[in-house]
Design a protein around this ligand. Structure first.
Ligand SMILES: Nc1ncnc2c1ncn2[C@@H]1O[C@H](COP(=O)(O)OP(=O)(O)OP(=O)(O)O)[C@@H](O)[C@H]1O
Ligand SMILES: [Mg+2]
Length: 469
C-alpha cells in the first residue's frame, strides 16, 4: 500500500514523508515564482538565452547568454557545450535551493527508513512469497502453453525412432498471424538423412528451422502445431549451422565460421543427434564447397546421426540421390505464377530457379540478359540429367514399393496355405482315428459275439443252435 504501481514510494507511506514532500513542493513553488519574475523582467531580456527554468546539478537555474556578466548576480552551475549559454543560479534563489537540497536529502533518508521497515516485514514471509512467486510463474507457463495449444491445435507427437511431423507449422508465423503453408517433415529409422533442394525463397531454411524448433519444443514439454499421429525421436542434441556467422570479434570469415561450427558439431554429434545444416558449404569455390559438403555428409552417415541439410549444389544433389542413407525432397515452385508453393515433395530434386527468382525480385533485366550468355551449357545438361535420374529413382522406388507389397502379400498367402495344410493334416489324422476306433469296436463286437456262440455250442451239445445260422 506504500508503493505505487510504478514502484515509487507514496506520500502516504509515512507522516514525515508527507510533510517533507509538502515542504519540497512549497520551496519549489517559491523558487519558480522568483525565477519567473526574473525571466519576465524586461531589464534582463537581452541577457536571457531562453525564457525557461531548468535544473543543473539538482539546482534550479536559468539559461543566460555567456556575456551576462554583471547584469544578474549568481552562481554558474553549468555551460552549454557551445559555450554560448551559461546556466545561472541567481543569488535570490541560492538560499531556497540549499533548503531544497536539504529537504531532498531528508526525503531520501525517510524513504530508506520506510523501505527498511517494509523489508523487515517481508523478510519474515520471504519463503512464502518466494514459493507463491514460483507457483505463479509455473501457472502462467502452463496457462500459456494450454492457450497456445488450443489456439493452434497443437499435439504431442509420439516418441519414436523416426520423425514424421505431419502438416507441421512454424510457431513464430502463427504468433505473428502470418500465413504458413503446413509441411510434412520426415526422417527415417534407416534413412536418417534428408537433403532439401529447390528454388531460392522456396522455404528450405524455414523447413530446417521448423524441424529444430519442433524437436526442442517437444523435449521442453510443449506441444507442436502438427497433426495427430505425428512422430518424433528424442534427440540427445540438436545442432544447427544456419546463417552467416561471420564475426569481427572472433576473427571469423563466412567460410571459416561454417567450418569451425561444423567441426564442433561433428565432434559432439552421435546417433541420437539432429543436425540442421543450411547450405553445404557456402562462401568458397562452389566445386570445392560441394565436395567438402559431401565429405561432411559421409561423416554424418558414419556417425549414424539424423540430418537435414539444404543445398543448391548439383554434386550434392547427385550424391544424395545415389546414397541410401539420404532421402531427397524439394520445395515446390509454380512455374506459371513464378512463385514458391512452400510444399515439400519427397523423392524429388529441385532446381534453384535463380534466374526466375532474381527476375521476380526485380533485378535489372540487362543483368540477366548478360548472365544468360555466361551460364555454362554443361551445367544445364547436368541439371537435365539430375531431373532424369530423379524420375528414374522415383519410378524405381515406386516399383520397389510395389514389389515389397507383392512380397508381403505372397508371404501372407504362403502362411495361409501352410496353416490350411496343417489343419487338413490334423483333420485327416482325427478322421483316421475315428474310423480306426469304429473298426476296432466292430471287430471287438464280432469277437464277443463269436465267443458267445462258441460258448453256447459247448453248453447245448444237441447242436440245435447251429440251425439259427
Ligand atoms: N511453409 C511456408 N509457408 C509460408 N511462407 C513460407 C513458408 N516457408 C517459407 N516461407 C516464406 O518464404 C521466405 C523464404 O523462405 P526460406 O528462407 O526458407 O527460403 P529458402 O528456400 O531457404 O531460400 P534460399 O535458397 O534463397 O535460401 C520466408 O522468409 C517466409 O516468408
Ligand atoms: Mg535458405
Amino acid at each position: 500500500d506504500s508503493i505505487d504501481p510504478s514502484g515509487m514510494i507514496k506520500d502516504s507511506a509515512s507522516r514525515d514523508l508527507y510533510n517533507i514532500r509538502k515542504n519540497i513542493k512549497e520551496v519549489e513553488k517559491q523558487i519558480t515564482t522568483i525565477l519567473e519574475k526574473l525571466l519576465n523582467n524586461s531589464k534582463f531580456a537581452d541577457v536571457l538565452q531562453d525564457r525557461i527554468i531548468t535544473i543543473r546539478r539538482d539546482r534550479y537555474v536559468i539559461p543566460v547568454k555567456h556575456n551576462f556578466a554583471g547584469k544578474i548576480q549568481g552562481i554558474i552551475q553549468d555551460r552549454s557545450s557551445s559555450g554560448q549559454t551559461v546556466y545561472l543560479e541567481p543569488v535570490g534563489v541560492v538560499e531556497l535551493n540549499n533548503k531544497l537540497s536539504d529537504l531532498k536529502l531528508q526525503e531520501h533518508i525517510e524513504i530508506r527508513k520506510i523501505l527498511k521497515f517494509i523489508t523487515d516485514i517481508l523478510r519474515d514471509k520471504y519463503q512464502h512469497i518466494s514459493r507463491t512467486y514460483q507457483a505463479i510463474i509455473e501457472f502462467d507457463f502452463l496457462y500459456t502453453i494450454g492457450k497456445y495449444s488450443r489456439e493452434f491445435s497443437c499435439v504431442f507427437p509420439k516418441l519414436k525412432d523416426r520423425m514424421d511431423l505431419k502438416q507441421v507449422r512454424h510457431p513464430i508465423f502463427l504468433f505473428m498471424g502470418k500465413e504458413f503453408k503446413p509441411i510434412d517433415l520426415r526422417l527415417g529409422e534407416k534413412k536418417k538423412g534428408l537433403i532439401i533442394t529447390g528454388p531460392n525463397t522456396g522455404g528450405k531454411t524455414i523447413a530446417l528451422k521448423t524441424a529444430g524448433l519442433s524437436a526442442l519444443l517437444v523435449q521442453s514439454g510443449i506441444p507442436v502445431p502438427a497433426e495427430e499421429e505425428s512422430e518424433i525421436p528424442v534427440f540427445e542434441g540438436v545442432f544447427a549451422d544456419i546463417g552467416d556467422m561471420q564475426s569481427i570479434e572472433q576473427n571469423l570469415s563466412t567460410f571459416s565460421a561454417h567450418i569451425k561450427n561444423i567441426k564442433e558439431i561433428l565432434q559432439q554429434a552421435g546417433e541420437k543427434s539432429l543436425l540442421l545444416l543450411d547450405e553445404l558449404i557456402p562462401g568458397t569455390d562452389p566445386d570445392e564447397g560441394a565436395a567438402i559438403g559431401i565429405g561432411i555428409l559421409h561423416k554424418i552417415e558414419e556417425l549414424n546421426a539424423y540430418v537435414m541439410a539444404t543445398t543448391h549444389f548439383k554434386q550434392i544433389k547427385i550424391f544424395a540421390l545415389s546414397d541410401d542413407y539420404f532421402e531427397v525432397a524439394s520445395v515446390g515452385f509454380d512455374k506459371e505464377t513464378l512463385s514458391p508453393t512452400y510444399t515439400l515433395h519427397y523423392n524429388s530434386v529441385g532446381e534453384s530457379m535463380a534466374f526466375y527468382i532474381a527476375e521476380k525480385l526485380g533485378i535489372n533485366e540487362e543483368v540477366l540478359d548478360i548472365a544468360r550468355k555466361y551460364i555454362d551449357e554443361t551445367f544445364l545438361q547436368l541439371e537435365k540429367a539430375i531431373q532424369e535420374l530423379e524420375v528414374y529413382k522415383a519410378k524405381y522406388e515406386e516399383e520397389l514399393k510395389e514389389l515389397e507389397q507383392l512380397k508381403n502379400s505372397l508371404s501372407e498367402q504362403k502362411e495361409k496355405y501352410d496353416r490350411l495344410l496343417k489343419e487338413l493334416q490334423k483333420e485327416k489324422e482325427k478322421r483316421w482315428e475315428t474310423v480306426k476306433k469304429e473298426a476296432e469296436d466292430y471287430l471287438k463286437q464280432l469277437r464277443e459275439e463269436g465267443y458267445q456262440i462258441l460258448q453256447e455250442l459247448k453248453t447245448t451239445k444237441s447242436g440245435k443252435i447251429l440251425s439259427s445260422f
